[in-house]
Design a protein around this ligand. Structure first.
Ligand code: SAH
Ligand code: SF4
Length: 392
């Protein structure tokens, strides 16, 4: 018998690390940017100033090309261009609704796609930003919830959504021009695909960039993070981001909330309310927004409205009623307008603002809970969704 030659592999011929491409400067904190500049040859003494200059070009003026950074020496610009890129997600399609809402499908590394929605309103406007591709949670009324989590977005991909929207709105200021205080993109809501508090660090870093005084300059009061109720991270949001908080409340008993927002089985209504009570003080922010999706016959009775008012007693709050947006195969129906108005009235009379959210961009599936990239639609059947929701 002839001995078979042992299969060996010369590990030295295999590169330990694939050669890395240029590093994207977008999404880094100032400290991180300083670190990578130094690691790539920028003298330590100059690094802070260089960060300030590059930061301003990227986030204040919207520049993507190092050669346009005219306050840097030509040779240094060339060096930067060799080692770094300024990269934002690629817009694959843009749809404009009859009501002016714009929905962008953007492609990120790995070929994944997420949706970003711009909702204009009297010369101002809100950008609804995604934080994950899909979602690990499975709220039974949410279209995104039928799509499995693919991955968290990086900070670059999160702030990049804001940057591509500003590109499309042609809203980068021109150096030297008179400062225009009106902003087409005046607010950010983290209400797109994904649970932002399951991607905390990236969301935090991206929002810090959005708030930075030498860049996009959005006040923390104009940024609202919506969570389904990841209780331990709510406290951290107050401490480390300090933005406005919205919570997907949606039910007034644990039984119903367990079915609608399954994370309730982990942190129930009482635990959630405890966290919410301390949020305004710790974050020095105003009211908490309670989001409440109106589902016919499920959570929309007068009794629910009265229970809701009792539960939130003592919390500075506004209740945002969201008429359910239907999607193909959804196991619920939208409550009637009369029902929604009656529900709103009870809350209003108890002393809380109770605006009813007008669905926007429905014709292009851009409304709340309808987001889901066309390429990754789940194959779940209606029956499966109903079974998960505990409806049969
Ligand atoms: N994951 C986060 C943020 C994204 S969802 C969260 O759950 O809070 C943004 C809002 O839209 C949430 O309040 C969510 O409950 C709501 N929503 C989801 N699907 C909906 C639908 N089909 N109709 C109306 N609102 C929906
Ligand atoms: Fe995820 Fe929010 Fe949809 Fe729930 S409502 S499945 S948390 S995106």
């Amino acid at each position: 018998m002839t001995a078979t030659a042992p299969i060996t592999q010369d590990v030295h011929t295999i590169p330990r690390k694939m050669p890395e491409g240029p590093v994207n400067l977008v999404g880094m904190t100032r400290d991180k940017m300083r670190e990578v500049l130094i690691a790539n040859g920028t003298p330590e003494k100059q690094a802070k100033m260089r960060v300030g200059q590059i930061w301003q070009w990227i986030y204040q003026w919207g520049v993507r090309d190092f050669d346009a950074m005219t306050n840097l020496a030509k040779a240094y610009r060339a060096e930067l261009a060799e080692k770094f890129v300024i990269e934002v997600p690629e817009v694959v399609t843009k749809q404009v609704s009859s009501d002016g809402t714009r929905k962008y499908l953007v492609r990120i590394a790995g070929g994944h796609e997420v949706e970003v929605v711009y909702i204009p309103e009297d010369g101002r406007g809100t950008l609804c930003v995604s934080s994950q591709v899909g979602c690990t949670l499975t709220c039974s009324f949410c279209h995104t919830g039928t799509q499995k989590l693919v991955r968290n977005l990086t900070a670059a991909e999160i702030i990049g959504q804001v940057m591509v929207a500003r590109d499309d709105l042609d809203e980068w200021p021109v150096p030297g021009a008179v400062k225009d205080e009106t902003r087409l993109l005046s607010n950010i809501v983290l209400m797109g695909m994904g649970e932002p508090l399951y991607n905390f660090e990236n969301v935090r870093d991206a929002m810090k960039i959005a708030m930075d005084a030498e860049g996009i300059q959005l006040s923390r009061r104009r940024i609202t993070l919506s969570t389904s109720g990841v209780v331990p991270e709510i406290w951290r949001t107050a401490q480390e981001i300090g933005c406005q908080l919205a919570v997907s409340f949606h039910a007034t008993t644990d039984d119903v909330r367990d079915k609608l927002v399954p994370i309730n089985k982990r942190w129930n209504i009482e635990e959630l309310l405890d966290a919410l009570r301390s949020y305004p003080k710790v974050s020095n922010s105003e009211r908490i927004t309670f989001e409440y999706v109106m589902l016919h016959g499920v959570n929309d009775s007068d009794e629910d409205a009265r229970r809701l008012v009792k539960l939130i007693d003592g919390i500075p709050a506004k209740i945002n009623l969201i008429p359910f947006n239907e999607w193909p195969g959804a196991p619920y129906k939208r409550s009637s307008n009369n029902r929604i108005r009656a529900f709103a009235d009870i809350i209003y009379k108890a002393g809380y603002a109770s605006p009813i959210r007008t669905p926007r961009g429905e014709d292009i599936m851009a409304a709340c809970g309808q987001l889901k990239s066309a390429t990754e639609r789940a194959r779940k059947s209606r029956r499966q969704i109903e079974a998960d929701a505990g409806l049969n």
